[in-house]
Design a protein around this ligand. Structure first.
Ligand code: SF4
Length: 607
């Protein structure tokens, strides 16, 4: 099949059985790859109501037809599983250089099944596939493990690994790769840890078949040329995602002290140019990236090196915790990467704990002696370690902010900032209604990357609640995740404003199949609806209530900053959902109607 590695690798960790199967052509036609393959295999193969940490759950790692080819940023793969954090769908995207090797090994997906009786790592070198003993790596940090495995096998081997947090089942444990790239959200690292898989070591040398080589070459050149000519390229390369810190601070979207405000009085110390001047030592990019957003940094205060921090981490481990020194944020970032926890959820859960402490719900007796006040960097470092090891007070936070607040009570559920149990990423949405709706309806919980609508809010009037706004969110949700399906980075389109039509000749030349964006958006809509059906299948009573945001965004207006006194009224939250469900073809309770299911050929997935 042109554009594909050709095989799905199945590894049964319980029995040690390893087998390769041809990538199903009909699945490639209807779901293309990446996230599409992930939700297809998850729905088909993991039985309803499976325990995320049980034998029946699977980890599905999938590339797309662009992956490993000369298309800008074509180094993305998707990690799909049943989420231990939310109980629903988890899908996390990984950049770096892992995905290209996956394709060069002739693989479109790896499906990890069962649970290994002892710690192992999966070793893949073209056709050689083995489970190898990882007892000597168990307990070690992600960065140490990656270094050790690279020393053993060589730089050309790509490594994905979990840290101690994944081993310990922290519900927002992540997977680390290339010393600082993550499949971050939903607890994918905890699922790998439960399966006793410490790492995947990957190398391949095979070619990827392409339908029309000259046309592919020309389409690739056109895309790279457009990136090179982009006006904003120089600024983007200098600062990466940290470009938006100052903008968010100015418009009131920078999460501050557990989202009690959207502007931070020490925010200026965290802006991109300050970071570039004080700690950045070099740029760092993923496979085939013409516009590297990664920044490799050195902290003088701690004498440590880290990839980052990028915007989300600055928001969640910086302003949201009241930390106004970029070196402190970078150090917290490094601890999370090495110990193996998602920086967004970690920031969210610590910010909630800090607010509890400042309100007197927690005292030093509860926090193992930590003075958990906003701005206390040393307490943050100590708590990150405790969370990863589920040590003392850290064990409570390791369950994520929804469960921790339910256990704690005393009204703390009201300021637990999450949707569907996933901690909200770094945009304060008190009165930015499109972005708020994007969080409310995101298919994994409160994550930003499906529909990054905050700039649209500012452009058209942030507080407005209109059908046009809702339509924009839906279009973004159908279209943007297609980059995760195709296996390429979306940031060249988002940040460099590359014409999306330039991708179509490339896709046709690679696969030999002409496709329009209308056609691809229908695939995106099919995937979006299938993820919704998955939630409905897994959670009894799933519906409208699950799409509500944290009360902070409709009850608790910021007292300071650019959005002081502003809020989205609860009736407008409901109105957003009414418009959204109607436009999606869902019932008033957020369930896809039979007509919608039939239109998208999803009948076979309805249980
Ligand atoms: Fe990776 Fe950033 Fe380049 Fe995207 S823009 S491919 S995330 S380095």
């Amino acid at each position: 099949m042109n554009g594909y590695g050709g095989s799905v690798l199945r590894v049964n960790l319980s029995t040690g059985q390893i087998q390769k199967q041809p990538t199903p052509q009909d699945v490639a036609r209807d779901f293309l790859g990446g996230r599409g393959f992930g939700i297809y295999f998850l729905t088909k193969e993991v039985p309803p109501k499976a325990d995320p940490f049980g034998q029946e759950n699977k980890m599905i790692i999938s590339s797309g037809p662009f992956s490993g080819l000369m298309i800008p940023g074509a180094g993305k793969c998707d990690w799909t599983t049943k989420s231990p954090l939310t109980g629903g769908y988890a899908s996390a995207s990984l950049g770096g250089h892992f995905t290209a090797e996956l394709k060069y090994a002739g693989l479109d997906s790896i499906i990890l099944e069962g649970i290994s009786p002892k710690p192992v790592y999966l070793f893949i070198d073209d056709n050689q596939v083995e489970l190898r003993d990882a007892s000597h790596l168990w307990g070690k940090g992600s960065i140490t493990v990656e270094k050790e495995l690279k020393e053993q096998y060589g730089e050309e081997y790509q490594i994905a690994t979990i840290g101690p947090a994944g081993e310990n089942g922290v519900l927002f444990a992540h997977i680390n790769h290339d010393y600082g790239r993550q499949a971050g959200r939903g607890g994918v690292g905890a699922v790998l840890g439960t399966k006793k898989v410490k790492a995947i070591v990957l190398h391949g040398t095979k070619s990827i078949p392409v339908a029309d080589l000259p046309a592919y070459r020309q389409a690739g050149i056109n895309l790279f040329k457009a990136c090179k000519d982009a006006e904003i390229l120089k600024e983007w390369q200098s600062y990466g995602t940290t470009m938006v810190v100052s903008w968010c601070d100015e418009v009131g979207a920078l999460p501050t002290r557990n989202f009690t405000a959207g502007s931070f009085e020490d925010g200026k110390n965290l802006y991109g140019p300050v970071m570039r001047k004080t700690i950045v030592v070099s740029d760092k990019g993923c496979f085939a990236c013409p516009s590297p957003c990664g920044k490799y940094s050195h902290t003088r205060r701690y004498n440590t090196y880290v990839e980052g921090p990028e915007y989300e981490t600055i928001g969640m481990l910086g302003s949201d915790l009241g930390l106004g020194n970029i070196e402190d944020v970078a150090q917290a970032n490094l601890l999370c990467d090495d110990l193996g926890i998602d920086t967004i959820s970690t920031g969210g859960v610590i910010a909630w704990a800090m607010e509890c402490f400042e309100r007197g719900i927690f005292t030093k007796k509860d926090t193992d002696g930590l003075e958990l006040k906003f701005g206390n960097a040393q307490a943050v470092f100590a708590l990150i370690e405790k969370i990863a090891r589920k040590d003392g007070f850290g064990a409570l936070l390791a369950e994520g902010v929804k469960r921790a607040s339910q256990k704690t009570g005393q009204g703390s559920e009201k300021f637990a900032i999450h949707v569907k149990g996933m901690e909200q990423s770094a945009y304060a949405t008190h009165n930015a209604t499109a972005m708020l709706l994007a969080y409310m309806t995101c298919d994994v919980g409160a994550h930003h990357n499906r529909a990054w609508a905050i700039t649209y809010d500012i452009q058209v009037g942030r507080e407005k609640v209109t059908t046009e706004k809702v339509a924009r969110v839906i279009w973004l949700q159908n279209f943007r995740p297609m980059f995760d399906v195709l296996g390429a980075c979306r940031l060249q389109w988002v940040e460099l404003s590359i014409d999306r039509d330039l991708y179509l000749p490339a896709l046709q030349a690679i696969t030999g199949i002409p496709r329009s964006w209308k056609d691809l958006e229908t695939v995106g809509e099919r995937i979006w609806n299938l993820t919704r059906l998955y939630w409905i299948r897994e959670i009894d009573g799933f519906g409208r209530e699950w799409d509500l945001p944290a009360p902070r965004f409709y009850e608790d207006a910021p007292k300071t900053g650019a959005t002081a006194g502003q809020i989205t009224r609860f009736e407008d939250v409901q109105k957003l959902l009414d418009y959204y469900y109607e436009q999606r073809g869902w019932s008033k309770n957020g369930i896809p109607t039979p007509e919608t299911i039939a239109r998208l050929n999803l009948e076979q997935f309805v249980y």
